[in-house]
Design a protein around this ligand. Structure first.
Ligand code: AMP
Ligand code: MG
Length: 464
């Protein structure tokens, strides 16, 4: 994205001279709108990404990628009027009188009808076979009755047999037939670019004869964890150390969002080390489209990330959101070094999120704010984050003031007769409780004015 593009966006900026922690918290809705406006600012300027050529992938490898081309029907769909049942192709008006009709032929899937149906006739037909001219309906073999003792030919049909639709059943014209081109006409646009490719889109591409698809390149997301207490996951931590779980978790979230994670070396809580880490994130070597930093962004004495970002010339769009968990989340952009030659990502600013270090806070804020931007950078037009309704079987009591996204477990199995999934909050010790987090599969959303919820309330869940 070019710098002009990002400068043209209507995201309001907070002055970098004001300490982020001193800026008032904005609501979740305002923060989500800021991210959305940033995305629109990219799109208003045309191509939000540098001109990176789409890649051609074999159809079987396109799962999870974003379509960079149109998919058009190469022929009518169905290409012929198709029977949707095993049964008898007939004239509905005749068959509905329940009279015996002469069994004049048989059509299997893959065969072409050789003749039209004449008055008083019907043809045995298989699912997926073309309906012969003259027939306007197919009745199911289960609803038929045969009579007569014709001689069986090699195809197994008894020519000379008579068949009727069993009374009191009747049939309407068009029943059990999908007319030619009812699904698509040759040349119709069936999918535009920007659709995330999954099994239905692969089926469609296969139907239309696409053996390969053009897909957008995956954005690269640099992940920088900060903190003196962090050791690699392969190390045995000292008594006051912990393993760096955020880098692994964020890499998983980035990959699940269809982007490429680039894990940078962990930065200790020292100014020069944090500055160097931010510089590495901005470098051509890292070649990032988005930067995620965790830790070091709260009000603590050794929270040095804000200072490093400011020294690197950051523009801040927000510096704290009235949510729990995840309040100290920061969104902004960094200029790339002026001397940087044209990198793959172009010379434009690098958007970043500084996420709180607590693992559940990092994950929540990733889903709420980074995922929509990542979708836009991927050219994916589907809305992010995704919410659904579920029923909370237990009452809840808390304090109003923050929009809460509490780790929860939703039972998505079919729940009759309510037909609404049930969601239970996972008991937790706060936003560092990874064991509780690992028992969750969504976040329960509790709006900021709400202090109590009665049992059975329908609430929104954030789908992860
Ligand atoms: P901070 O935001 O740096 O104040 O960190 C908040 C909490 O999150 C502290 O308990 C940290 O130890 C923890 N934390 C920070 N970074 C990580 C990380 N990469 N992996 C796991 N926990 C972390
Ligand atoms: Mg820290």
């Amino acid at each position: 994205m070019g710098s002009a593009k990002l400068h043209a966006c209507t995201v309001s900026t907070i002055p970098t001279t004001i300490e982020l922690m001193a800026t008032p918290l904005i609501s979740y809705t305002e923060a989500a709108e800021q991210v959305h406006r940033f995305i629109l600012g990219m799109a208003n300027e045309g191509d939000p990404l540098p001109p990176r050529a789409p890649e051609m992938l074999p159809l079987a490898s396109a799962q999870g990628r974003v379509l960079a081309q149109e998919i058009r029907a190469d022929r009518d769909q169905p290409p012929f009027s198709r029977s949707t049942r095993d049964g008898f192709a007939c004239r509905a008006a005749e068959a509905s009188t329940n009279q015996l009709l002469f069994l004049a032929g048989q059509i299997r899937a893959g065969e072409a009808p050789t003749k039209a149906i004449r008055l008083g006739e019907l043809w045995e037909i298989m699912t997926g076979a073309p309906v012969p001219a003259g027939a306007d309906a197919v009745f199911m073999v289960e609803h038929s009755e045969r009579s007569g003792a014709g001689s069986s030919d090699s195809s197994g049909i008894n020519s000379g047999d008579f068949v009727r639709l069993v009374a009191p059943r009747t049939i309407q014209p068009g029943e059990n037939i999908v007319p030619q081109a009812a699904e698509a006409r040759a040349g119709d646009l069936l999918l535009p670019p920007g659709v995330r490719i999954s099994a239905p889109q692969i089926a469609l591409a296969a139907q239309c004869g696409y053996t390969q698809l053009a897909v957008f390149p995956r954005p690269r997301v640099a992940i920088l964890s900060t903190g003196d207490e962090l050791v690699p996951i392969s190390s045995t931590p000292g008594p006051s150390q912990i393993r760096n779980s955020n880098s692994a978790m964020l890499a998983a979230l980035v990959a699940a969002a269809g982007a490429d994670p680039v894990i940078l070396p962990t930065a200790p809580d020292q100014e020069h080390a944090t500055d160097a880490a931010v510089a590495l994130a901005l470098s051509d070597e890292t070649n990032a489209d988005l930067l995620l930093i965790t830790g070091g962004i709260s009000a603590g004495r050794f929270d040095l990330v804000e200072g490093s970002l400011t020294r690197a010339g950051a523009r801040f769009f927000f510096g704290g959101v009235a949510i729990q968990p995840g309040k100290p989340v920061v969104f902004g952009q960094l200029p790339r070094p002026a001397t940087s030659p044209q990198s793959r990502s172009g010379p434009g600013p690098l958007p970043f999120f500084a996420l709180p270090g607590n693992p559940i806070s990092s994950a929540t804020t990733f889903h709420l704010f980074a995922a929509p931007l990542l979708a836009a950078l991927s050219q994916d037009t589907s809305p992010q984050p995704r919410f659904a309704l579920a029923q909370l079987p237990e009452a809840w009591k808390g304090n109003a003031g923050l929009t809460r996204f509490l780790p929860a477990h939703c039972d998505f199995s079919l729940n009759q007769p309510e037909m609404t999934p049930r969601v239970r909050l996972v008991p937790w010790q706060g936003s560092g409780d990874i064991a509780a987090f690992a028992r969750s599969n969504c976040f329960a959303v509790i709006p900021d004015q709400v202090a109590t919820l009665t049992e059975g309330t329908l609430i929104q869940i954030l789908i992860t």
